[in-house]
Structure formats: structure tokens, C-alpha cells
Design a protein around this ligand. Structure first.
Ligand SMILES: Nc1ncnc2c1ncn2[C@@H]1O[C@H](COP(=O)(O)OP(=O)(O)OP(=O)(O)O)[C@@H](O)[C@H]1O
Ligand SMILES: [Mg+2]
Length: 252
């Protein structure tokens, strides 16, 4: 097992002067689900946005450190950001399907990238919908507008849209926050499939989900990485009192 991502002494301060990440160092394992959890404002989304350089769009006062993906520092100004974002796909809390059919939602990105062969596009549609655990539900209505799907279905279509581009790393920022327990279960089941092929980083919407999904878990508090290790031990035998207070529901 190797680390797909190595974060080294990463710090980030937004223009308002808040130090949102403080000297974070951690490795992220390939073919596993790594969970970033902790109370609001801890820096979880900020860290995700660093991993595909989405923070480039935000005003940053200061930053330091390195993020190595497959050994290359992606914070280097010479990084091809478009290629990076293909390699590091992201799914957000609120699904935003494109105003087109389900099928077109999935093929759009590939077509933009120059793929015209129908067989390849069909293959990508089926493969990514299966991986996102929604193929059986919608395979007979692929030409319906995606907007007509339920919230839980739209979220899985958004996940499939990311998968269609064959990323290597998938970032999910509270992907089930608006979903009912059944849809949530389906997204979590999809994660189990995904980790066989990908490196998955999840910001969960609850401690319970963190405990269910985590192979590895990192507890963030006000920009600090308090504790990081195997999910099994963090949720049952945390080493730090602050982690214990949070996972047992004493604060947060
Ligand atoms: N675009 C921004 N500009 C200025 N400050 C920001 C920005 N985004 C986040 N912050 C600040 O950075 C800190 C970390 O925020 P972040 O969104 O990363 O936390 P989080 O752990 O994802 O929280 P939540 O659980 O509420 O989603 C907070 O203090 C927040 O106010
Ligand atoms: Mg967040």
C-alpha cells in the first residue's frame, strides 16, 4: 500500500486573516476511504479545495507547504491545473445536474475532451452509473432530463459524471447532506465499490457516517489536524481527549 497523496506542512490563511490550515502533514492511502471530520470551520473543505486547486479562485493571504500527488507538487505554479482537475474529481454537497438528459450529463465532459465514438461514450455511461450504484434504477430512462430525478438520484448522477472522466482521486464534500437515509446508504455503498479503484477522500455529514465509511480518519479542529489514523481506532479508542470529546458527542 502506498500513499497516493502526501501533504507536507500545509498552511493557508484567507484574506480575512483566519489561519484555516495550520501546518498540516498527512499521507492519503490509495484504494481506501480517508475521512476528514470535525466541527464547522475546521478547515475540511479548505483542504479538499487545495487538493484540486479550487482555492486558486479564492483570495488567499498566505500559504505554505507542499502537496505531492504521485510524487509531484501540485501547488507548483507550473502545474497543469486542467489536467489536475481531471485527475482529482470533486463532488459537492448539493448536486448540480446540467440542464440536459441523464446521458448527456455523463458524456458532456468526455465530448469536450474530444471523445466522439458512440461505443466509448455508451461504455462510459454504463460503467460510471454502475459504479455510482444507480444504473439499475435509471438505465431505462437515460434520455429523460436529469433534473427530473430525485435529489438522491441526482447526487449519484453527479458522482457518475465525475467518474466518467476517469479520475484517480475523488473528493466528496458532504455528498449526502441533503439526502434521506436510503439514498445516503446507496451513496455509502457506492463508496465501498469506488475505493477498489480510486483514492477516495470524504468529508462526512456526521460522526456516524465518518465511523461507517472511514478506513482512515483525520480529525480537524480550527485548522489543526488533531489526530489521524485508522478509522477503527479513532472512533473506538481515540488517543486525544479532544477527539474523544467530539466522537462521543460531548461537543460539536
Ligand atoms: N472563501 C473563504 N474566504 C475567507 N475565509 C474562508 C473561506 N472559506 C473558508 N473560510 C474560513 O476558513 C475556515 C475553515 O473553513 P472550511 O470551510 O474549510 O471549514 P469546514 O471544516 O469545511 O467547515 P464546515 O463543516 O462548516 O463545512 C473558517 O474559519 C472559514 O470561515
Ligand atoms: Mg465544509
Amino acid at each position: 500500500m502506498t500513499d497516493k497523496i502526501v501533504i507536507e506542512a500545509l498552511s493557508l490563511t484567507y484574506s480575512d486573516g483566519v489561519e484555516s490550515l495550520r501546518n498540516i502533514s498527512m499521507g492519503v492511502r490509495e484504494n481506501a476511504v480517508t475521512v476528514l471530520f470535525g466541527p464547522a470551520g475546521g478547515g475540511k473543505s479548505t483542504l479538499l479545495r487545495c487538493l484540486n486547486r479550487l482555492n486558486d479562485l479564492t483570495e488567499i493571504r498566505a500559504s505554505a507547504g507542499r502537496i505531492l500527488i504521485d510524487g509531484e507538487n501540485i501547488l507548483d505554479p507550473k502545474t497543469d491545473v486542467i489536467a489536475l482537475r481531471r485527475k482529482v474529481g470533486m463532488v459537492f454537497a448539493r448536486p448540480v445536474v446540467l440542464p440536459m438528459s441523464i446521458r448527456q450529463n455523463l458524456t458532456y465532459g468526455l465530448e469536450l475532451a474530444g471523445e466522439k465514438r458512440k461505443s466509448r461514450l455508451d461504455e462510459a455511461v454504463e460503467r460510471s452509473l454502475k459504479l455510482a450504484a444507480i444504473w439499475d434504477e435509471i438505465k431505462d430512462r437515460l434520455d429523460d432530463p436529469a433534473i427530473a430525478l430525485s435529489g438522491g438520484q441526482q447526487q449519484r448522477v453527479c458522482l457518475a459524471r465525475v467518474l466518467a472522466l476517469q479520475p484517480e482521486i475523488i473528493l466528496l464534500d458532504e455528498p449526502t447532506s441533503g439526502l434521506d437515509p436510503i439514498s445516503t446508504g446507496k451513496v455509502e455503498a457506492a463508496l465501498l465499490e469506488l475505493k477498489k479503484e480510486y483514492t477516495v477522500i470524504l468529508v462526512p455529514h456526521s460522526v456516524q457516517q465518518a465511523a461507517r465509511a472511514a478506513d482512515f480518519a483525520a480529525f480537524f479542529l480550527q485548522g489543526e489536524l488533531v489526530e489521524y489514523g485508522e478509522g477503527k481506532s479513532i472512533f473506538t479508542m481515540p488517543k486525544e481527549k479532544r477527539t474523544e470529546d467530539y466522537v462521543t458527542g460531548r461537543f460539536g
